[in-house]
Design a protein around this ligand. Sequence first.
Ligand code: BMA
Length: 360
Amino acid sequence: MKKISFIFVAVTLMACSSEMDSPKNQLTARLSSLAENGRIAYAHQDDLAYGHAWCVEDWESDALERSDVKDVAGKYPAMVGFDLGDIEHGSEKNLDGVPFGLMRKAALQHIARGGMVTFSWHPDNLVTGGDAWDVSSDQVVKSILPGGEKHDEFMVWLQRAADFIESLGDVAVIFRPWHENLASWFWWGGKLCTPEEYQELYRMTWRYFTKERGLSNILWCYSPNGPIPAGEYMSRYPGDEYVDILGTDIYEFVAPGESMADAGARFGAEVKDMLSTLVTLGAGHNKLICFSETGLEGIPDANWWCNALYPAIQGFPISYVLTWRNAHDRPGHFYGPWKGYGGEEDFKAFAAQDKILLLD
Ligand code: BMA
């Protein structure tokens, strides 16, 4: 009897300890510890695939070691973001021309060097044949849910996205589907479906990945556009069971007639307000929080990193902040630093802050 209970306890402990060490738990612990220590990991979208005016040509032979952030600050971003848009068609490249093979190789390499990876997804519109921004029909979400006309076809799209995540193997990543869902610029947006339909879309995605495919190393991020009040933020929240991280996407822009200084001040106030809301919600729901997307297109403010972004985020336990991509084929479409851009020194000073984490 004693022996049996000893074995039982030992097996239970082993099961617990292997679960504790799971890649998902390790990534969770790492993000929590960053937040507890007031540190914020810096993340950059598509950083290892291309940068301002350069692009990896042959990813299989390329070492994938170039990075605009590293070119400027001498270090890689602590986290790299990639987008799965077009994976739903079984395409070889994503919507911005990044080969999925490159994405897999770069993601695994970045994790192996101690970095973290997050995935977003801008899937096309299955009903109209348009892209993620095609909001001409408010029937899309409804028709891809169970019982809808396009459900079976959509499940193939989910299957292809899950195949890609599965192909990464035993590593943990952040997945941030159905983002900016309170605005109405994507087909899953606020005016394009009911709160219940949106929640079911998120839960269906989670259930398929987690339950049917057994993909247990994903940290699920819910990231509506901000700034918005807590009530609105939660109005389409899928539920605690489906979400690990509460995020938000807020960009700075200069409104017509607005000065750069006023735009920066407005952005700062909006971000602080929204992050304060996330702090409260995160504590109440026992979730990590992050600043899932931000930036100022073309960064016309030479001191944006230290004068606008840093004061807006410092002191908040957000674990990471991601700035959007540096398009290689659109000179003005960049949100991260690059060698030769006017604010290099400012970015270096931002990256040198104790509280900001990059990767050596
Ligand atoms: C947008 C722009 C687009 C891009 C999309 C998905 O914000 O950068 O050019 O296709 O994100 O990455």
